[in-house]
Write a protein that binds this ligand. Structure first.
Ligand SMILES: C[S@@+](CC[C@H](N)C(=O)[O-])C[C@H]1O[C@@H](n2cnc3c(N)ncnc32)[C@H](O)[C@@H]1O
Length: 283
């Protein structure tokens, strides 16, 4: 197992700093991937903060300029991965470039930290790819958990995924893979604002004709007056989240930005299976 989080080793111990990989082979250079949460500073765990400060090379990808300024103040080696983005460039190419930059620093023998906003493992291909590749090449690599947009949504909307269950999909994948889901459980659709986009453009919002198709697909499962939520978690502790509740029938008329997540509440609960209930009572 990766030893990057062992509590029994000292601060300067190479094992704690992740210089030993899962197979027990030591190689200079390591990678820890962390998340800064959604809201500035307060959602960064103490463990993540220590990794940000201590890294010999720090890469970051965040959305808010204030978060960027804070990160740069923590560690003079901080370098943004934001310049991998360019208008019209494919998302696949962008993530490949990010992975390559992170790996090149690891190969040079440094203890590298890569920080992404939110949870670094939630809808972030480059983070998982970098860890897989680093491990394949014999370097220690691990990911620390963090606060994602979904965690903020649960808190801000006051919904408990344990009550009816909860399904979470990337919006384009939800459409093109014709995902089968249970409308009596909650449905969370990510990246609706970039529905069907393989490349990125500044200021992009979901194209109305695509939003209309998504709305039509959802309409097969929910009544037109079913109220859905367009949700944006606050990026600053002093701000409120944006919570827009609308009937499903009006979804296609909305402007949906890349940072928006769509929450579709569950339809009324399923009828419980009386036979299984009786059997459970008897066993
Ligand atoms: C590339 S994913 C990154 C997710 C991020 N790693 C996380 O843990 O939340 C981008 C998507 O996350 C969601 N997202 C990001 N920031 C958000 C925010 N402030 N409020 C609501 N959803 C957000 C949106 O669905 C957006 O399209």
């Amino acid at each position: 197992m990766d030893s990057g989080r062992s509590g029994r080793t000292s601060k300067s111990d190479p094992r704690r700093d992740g210089r030993r990989n899962g197979a027990g082979v030591s190689r200079p250079g390591s990678l820890v991937v962390v998340g800064t949460g959604i809201s500035l500073v307060g959602q960064t765990t103490l463990e993540t903060l220590a990794r940000l400060e201590r890294a010999e090379k720090l890469f970051y990808l965040v959305t808010a300029p204030t978060t960027e300024a804070w990160i740069r103040g923590l560690n003079p080696t901080a370098e943004s991965l934001g310049d991998c983005y360019a208008d019209g460039k494919s998302r696949y190419k962008i993530y490949q470039e990010m992975t390559a930059r992170i790996l090149s620093a690891v190969r040079s023998g440094l203890q590298v930290c890569a920080a992404f906003y939110g949870h670094p493992g939630v809808f972030v291909s480059a983070s998982h790819a970098a860890i897989r590749r680093a491990r394949r090449e014999g370097f220690a690599a691990c990911m620390l958990p963090a606060v994602s947009a979904e965690d903020c949504l649960v808190a801000d909307l006051g919904v408990d995924p344990g009550e009816d269950g909860c399904q979470s999909y990337e919006a384009t994948d939800f459409l093109i893979s014709r995902r089968r889901f249970d409308p009596t459980s909650a449905l969370i659709l990510w990246q609706v604002g970039v529905l069907g986009e393989t490349s990125v453009r500044k200021g992009m919002a979901c194209r109305p004709e695509r939003l209309a198709v998504l709305t039509a697909v959802l309409r097969r499962h929910y009544p037109p007056r079913h109220r859905v939520v367009l949700y944006e978690a606050a990026e600053f502790p002093t701000c409120d989240p944006v919570i827009k509740r609308i009937p499903l029938a009006r979804l296609s008329q909305q402007t949906v930005w890349p940072m928006t997540t769509l929450y579709v509440p569950p339809k009324p609960s399923r009828v419980v299976d009386a036979r299984i209930m009786r059997w459970l009572d008897q066993t």
